[in-house]
Ligand binder design. Structure first.
Ligand code: CTP
Length: 406
């Protein structure tokens, strides 16, 4: 979502300026073109060179001495920007913006901007609570600025309390929210499953698979950003649950089956990105299994196929999407699963390819449709793929409703 976006990162003079370096780097890594604009005081904390190296772009520090003979940098930067984020925003900067002062590049630029602006104040707690600062923040909010309230915690001045700049990852999430496409999933109920189920053998061991949960979490996050009411049913992963989704944590395939099947009648869209174990140990030992001479034979029994059951119960308006991880005969297996499980879409990936499937941040998939069409998609970040899949699901939903109406 950040790929190719032009983002202005305004850095003002507070100790949290060092965290802006991480933010600049994270934005650039995700493909954004980041133009850093620093106030004079900000340069007391961090050198412009640091930002230039992290973003690969010149850093702007002056209205008058500008790189490459750019004589009206504030107007050019303003006209090109998709979003501006000011992190950290000092009390002085907030006051200037609240009252329209324009005495340096950043404050002048802010008056020329027409894109969304996210302000991330960071300062000592007493300063943050000062009535003048509160009033300025309120005034800025009323003007339409987006404000990320500072986090509470240990401050550089030694005090404890609100005033910390939120972590760069959190700021990044807010930026992505602000840049999200239209809320085309508002009012739509979407259930996503993610992660690899764990099937216990004894109190300390389990059988599982290599699923990281990244694809499912990316889908849940993307759907929530687009306004859907999202339920994420997740087997254990190392990921943080996305904000604003109903999170249901499960461990085994049978738990997932219960949580998903019981919720199914209320859903509009179900996307099964989880890697569900097809088998579980027939007996779960009450005590830890001790080693003995010779080989150990495990007896496994079949788990219920959740997606098959959903396909059986599916109502005409519901959209059901399955995933298939294959290591051979991708096309034939994909078509068979699509048909057997009564799916509207099957997303198949060859997990032996570098960059695709388990653990990677990217994925390369082929999409199979019930009418026989196959659509290969190029290698792309899972986040972007999530949005592409949601675009396709939206089209299927539109087709289903027009068919129902016709
Ligand atoms: N799935 C499921 N319940 C299971 C097994 C799989 O809901 N017990 C779902 C997965 O979430 C995925 C799809 O079915 O969306 C395909 O999973 P996959 O393991 O590739 O297919 P299987 O049908 O299990 O076939 P096989 O393991 O033989 O390839």
């Amino acid at each position: 979502m950040l790929g190719g976006k032009r983002i202005i990162l305004g850095v003002t003079g507070g100790i949290a300026a060092y965290k802006a370096c991480e933010l600049a780097s994270a934005l650039s890594r995700r493909g954004a073109l980041v133009d850093v604009v620093m106030t004079r005081a900000a340069q007391e904390f961090v050198r412009p060179l640091t930002f230039a190296a992290l973003t690969g772009r010149p850093v702007h520090t002056s209205l008058f001495h500008t790189p490459g003979g750019d004589f009206v940098p504030h107007i050019r930067l303003a006209s090109e920007a998709d979003l501006a984020v000011i992190a950290p925003a000092t009390a002085n900067f907030l006051a200037k913006l609240a009252w329209g002062l324009a005495d340096d590049l950043l404050s002048t630029l802010l008056l020329a901007l027409r894109c969304p602006v996210l302000l991330c104040p960071a300062m000592n707690t007493a300063m943050l609570m000062h009535p003048a600062v509160r009033a300025n923040l309120q005034r800025l909010r009323e003007m339409g600025y987006h404000i990320m309230e500072p986090a509470a915690g240990h401050l550089a001045c030694g005090a404890q309390g609100p005033g910390r700049l939120p972590e760069p990852e959190e700021i990044l999430e807010r930026i992505a929210d602000l840049l999200a496409p239209q809320k085309d999933y508002r009012g739509v109920k979407v259930l996503v499953t993610a992660g690899g189920t764990r099937e216990p053998l004894d109190p300390v061991r389990f059988i599982s698979n290599r699923s990281s949960g990244k694809m499912g979490y990316a889908l849940a996050r993307a759907a929530a950003r687009r306004g859907a009411a999202v339920t994420l049913v997740s087997a254990p992963t190392a990921l943080k649950p996305p904000k604003g989704v109903e999170f249901v944590s499960v461990e085994t395939a049978r738990e997932m089956y219960r949580e998903v099947v019981s919720r199914f009648p209320l859903q509009d869209v179900v996307i099964k990105a989880a890697a569900v174990a097809d088998y579980r140990p027939r007996v779960v030992a009450a005590q830890k299994i001790k080693k003995k001479e010779g080989t150990l034979i495990l007896e496994l029994e079949k788990n219920p196929d959740i997606l098959f059951e959903l396909g059986r119960q599916k109502l005409p308006h519901q959209v059901l999407v399955g995933f298939a991880a294959e290591t051979a005969d991708l096309e034939a297996n994909a078509r068979e699963k699509l048909e057997k499980k009564n799916l509207d879409l099957l997303v198949a990936n060859d997990v032996t390819r570098p960059g695709a499937g388990f653990g990677w941040d990217t994925n390369e998939v082929k999409i199979f449709y019930p009418d026989g069409r196959v659509q290969p998609l190029p290698l792309m970040p899972k986040e972007e793929l999530a949005h592409r899949l949601l675009d396709i699901v939206r089209e299927i939903r539109t087709l289903k409703t027009t068919r129902a109406e016709g």
